[in-house]
Structure formats: C-alpha cells, structure tokens
Design a protein around this ligand. Structure first.
Ligand code: ZN
Length: 287
C-alpha cells in the first residue's frame, strides 16, 4: 500500500470527519429559535394582530349598520304600501301604555326590561305585519339581549314611528300628518318616519319629541325619546319617500344619556330631530 495514499486517505477521512463534526455542531446550534428570534416573531404577530383586529371590528360594525339600514328600508316601504292600501293614511300612531291596536300601529310597552321586550306577538299583530312578515327585521342587529329573571333573551323591537306621523292630535304648535299627502311643508324626502330608538329606553311605538318646541327659545329645548346610537354613535332613520340614512348624533350618541326626559338647551340633535319630525308655522317657532 502506498503510504502516501494512506496518508492522503487518512487526511481525507479526518477532513470528512471534521466536516461531519462541524455539520453536526452547526445544526445543533440552530436546531431551534433563539429567545431573541422568538420575541421578534411574537412582536411581529402582535403588531399584525393590532393592525388586523380593529379592521375586522370595523368591518363587522359596518356590516351591522348596512343590515340595519336594509331592515329599516323594509319599514319605509311598508309605510308606503300601507298608505296605498288605506286611502293614503299613515298607520295610526299614539304614544302611551296599553293603547288599543288600531289607535296605534304596534302594541307593547318595552320600558324597563320586561316581558314585552321579548314578545314577538305584538309584532305579528301589528298593522304593518302584512307588509313586514319577518319579525327579525324589527330589531337592530347591534342591540344586545336583555336579562329577564334567570333568562337572557333577544329584544324584539328597537324602532318606532315619529309621533307626529299618524297622530290624531291636532295642535297649533306643530303639524301632524294623517295622510302621506299631508307632507307638503315638510317634504317626504326630509320627513322622519321610522327611527331606531335606544334599546334601553324605547317603550311604545311612537318616537315622541317636545310638542311645545320653539326654535327661538333654545334654553327650553328638551329631549324626550332618545334615538338609537349603536352604529358608531349613529342611528338609522327612514324618511317619507322610503329612503334610509345613517345619522350621526353630536350629543345624543354618547353611551349613556338620562333615562327620563331632560333639558338640552341649544342641542343641535334636538333641532335636527324637530326640523325633520314636523313643520311649524313661523309664529309657532317664534312664540
Ligand atoms: Zn341599528
């Protein structure tokens, strides 16, 4: 045997051996993440989650607003169909508890969480039931369930009808509208009909505003029924021509407002609601 070849082979073996050892040691060094690498990965995931989660929440909120608008549009259309079938009359609308059906369009006193909050029977008996047959459309998708005794149950209604619409009350202080054709000074495109109410304060089927409201006396402005605010401090509203809008409240969109009537001097939301709910003769606005 050539000693040179042996030497060479021995040398080659030892080199290979070293390479093998080196390779093994190299892979052992990188067999897992180092702590720094792990922290970097976690930080990146946290940053991505921070970017994506608010976007997902925003998308979910917008989807709920769109669904709610679509539901309210059904009521805008239903009001028009009802008038078509009833000699142009707007559904009768009277505020108060225990008003007979026929004097008002939907019964049920929701008030503080009680059995009427979760009873779909009133909706099925409503004068608009022939035009809105799915009772799920009466509730804002963003409204939370209520606790009744040991049970958690879904609310069934979160909308009402502008109290100046379908009202039999006659007053020099403000116009009321029995027929769709009464909408002249207050045009159908700006006349508020169905409106989302705050789930925690909604009671009857009428959305009531201050009757003796005077634009020239902002110190005496009041809030009675409270509009819905569940869509990013905004609520959905249907108008006399059937179109729907999401309206953002400036002051009434806050998470909590007084449950009872309260004074709201110079409140722009009160002014907007009053101007879209009824028309007042100039002397009624001034005096
Ligand atoms: Zn809604």
């Amino acid at each position: 045997m050539n000693p040179l070849r042996n030497r060479h082979r021995g040398s080659a073996n030892s080199v290979l051996g070293r390479r093998h050892l080196n390779t093994t040691s190299h892979s052992e060094e990188h067999s897992g993440f180092t702590l720094i690498e792990l922290l970097v990965v976690i930080a990146i995931i946290a940053i991505l989650a921070g970017l994506i989660l608010p976007a997902l929440a925003g998308a979910k909120r917008r989807a709920a607003t769109t669904q709610c608008l679509s539901q309210l549009r059904q009521f805008g259309l239903a009001g028009g169909l009802y008038a078509n079938d009833h000699a142009d009359f707007i559904p009768p609308n009277l505020d108060g508890e225990n008003i007979p059906l026929g004097e008002t369009w939907v019964q049920g006193w929701l008030g503080l969480p009680g059995p009427d909050c979760t009873n779909t029977l009133y909706l099925k008996q409503s004068l608009l039931a022939p035009y809105v047959q799915n009772t799920a459309l009466w509730k804002c998708p963003s409204a939370q369930d209520v606790t009744l005794g040991p049970f958690r149950m879904p609310r069934v209604r979160t909308l009402s009808l502008n109290a100046f619409m379908g009202s039999s009350v006659r007053s020099p202080a403000a116009e009321t509208y029995r027929r769709m054709s009464d909408l002249i000074q207050l045009s159908p495109t700006e006349a508020l009909t169905f409106i989302e109410e705050r789930p925690e304060t909604i009671n009857d089927g009428a959305f009531s505003l201050q009757w003796d409201f005077k634009e020239s006396q902002p110190s005496g402005w009041m809030v009675r029924d409270k509009p819905g605010h569940l869509h990013n401090r905004s609520g959905n509203i249907a108008f006399g021509d059937g179109h729907v809008e999401t309206h953002r409240w400036i002051n009434l969109g806050v998470p909590s407002v007084p449950r009872n009537d309260f004074e709201a001097p110079n409140d722009p939301d009160v002014l907007w609601l009053q101007r879209h709910a009824t028309w007042r003769a100039p002397e009624a606005i001034r005096n």
